[in-house]
Design a protein around this ligand. Sequence first.
Ligand code: FE2
Length: 250
Amino acid sequence: MALRALPSGKTLARFYQQQIRGLQTFTLPDLAYDYGALEPAISGEIMQLHHQKHHQTYITNYNKALEQLHDAIAKGDASAVVKLQSAIKFNGGGSIFGFYIYLYPITLSPCNASIFAGHVNHSIFWKNLAPPREGGGEPPHGSLGWAIDQHFGSMEKLIAKMNAEGAAVQGSGWVWLAVDKELKRLVVETTANQDPLVTKGASLVPLVGIDVWEHAYYLQYKNVRPDYLKNIWKVINWKFASEVYAKECP
Ligand SMILES: [Fe+2]
């Protein structure tokens, strides 16, 4: 395999300018339900803090880092560009962003989901939840329910698998039910910190993502993550997951 010449500073600056041109700042999305509507599974206090403080902080830091990145690129400050990538990765989840893209040329657009993942992870999470009076916790019927039975044996076995894998995540992270849209099969994956699901496979589409950071449960469940995982299924929005699955596997 031929070796690539290292990029010059000007080439790199031009590359980054092209790559970030389409990036945008974000604002906190509204929830479709009240903070207290998921009780007793998840307390209103947790939901409010999680949404207004934690999610907002990711967005604020991401927007700030993006602005600083624009400035650093305009000034040709390569070391600042490299440093800012870690802030973008953590707050936005952009683990693919950076020299990787240069060395393995791909357009940015297919990676948008990964670059924005800290924000996107939480945006998906809010949609994955629904108050019980609005169908939260009602298991899926139709094609997703059938696929779960086929791949995992039963809904109970899927829940047991996700609870076990979610409880085993060291430190902070996520446990996902996803569909591999190319292989047309369901998978359970975990990701660390705010890494996006796409880091586990470019064709994976999240159906249900469960946040297992302590900030998602500690105020109510203290350090007993398995209890949080056991109860969150009472407010999982399977209607949303079914719609995504039907779109990806018509
Ligand atoms: Fe979170």
